[in-house]
Design a protein around this ligand. Structure first.
Ligand SMILES: [Zn+2]
Length: 90
C-alpha cells in the first residue's frame, strides 16, 4: 500500500513539474499590454498637467477624455516628464 502511495506522489510531482514547464511558454505568449498602448493603462495624465494619477484617483476622473494620456507603467509616465500625484501616490 505504501509503495503505491509513493508511486502516486511521484506521479503527481512529475505532473506538477511538467505542467509548470508547460505553463510558462503559454503565459509569455499572451502579451500583458494591449496593442493600443495609448488607449488604456493603469496611469493617466492630462495633456495640460505635469502630474499623473492612478486611473482610480479622484483627480484622474476630472481629466477630459480628449486630454487624457494613458501610461501602462509608472516608469512610462515619468519618462514622459510627468510627476506622481501627491494624493493617489502612483
Ligand atoms: Zn491622483
Amino acid at each position: 500500500m505504501k509503495s503505491l502511495q509513493r508511486a502516486l506522489i511521484a506521479l503527481s510531482l512529475t505532473l506538477l513539474v511538467g505542467g509548470g514547464a508547460f505553463a510558462k511558454p503559454t503565459a509569455s505568449a499572451t502579451p500583458a499590454a494591449p496593442a493600443a498602448a495609448n488607449a488604456t493603462g493603469d496611469f493617466v495624465s492630462s495633456k495640460n498637467s505635469k502630474v499623473f494619477h492612478k486611473v482610480a484617483c479622484k483627480s484622474a476622473g476630472k481629466i477630459k477624455p480628449a486630454n487624457a494620456t494613458y501610461y501602462a507603467t509608472k516608469d512610462a509616465a515619468e519618462k514622459a516628464g510627468k510627476q506622481p500625484c501627491k494624493i493617489c501616490k502612483p
